[in-house]
Design a protein around this ligand. Structure first.
Ligand code: ZN
Length: 68
């Protein structure tokens, strides 16, 4: 139905240059993330992230994987 739509990040923004952002396949869609930290959180818990239960991290790539 919608013809011209920029892809949205699951973080809530709209992307004009999606190729610059990390992405993943979720279901039949490609979803985009504002940072790679967000992608990492998504990989840990895709459904939680998509549904908004998990806040996306604001830091970029400095996070250690220090929680289970
Ligand atoms: Zn994000």
């Amino acid at each position: 139905m919608d013809s011209i739509n920029f892809p949205k990040t699951v973080c809530g923004g709209t992307l004009r240059e999606p190729s610059k952002y990390p992405s993943a396949v979720y279901g039949n869609e490609i979803v985009y993330f504002c940072t790679r930290s967000c992608l990492r959180e998504f990989e840990k818990n895709p459904e939680g992230f998509i549904s908004g239960e998990i806040e996306h991290p604001l830091e970029d790539d400095d996070l250690e994987e220090n929680n289970v």
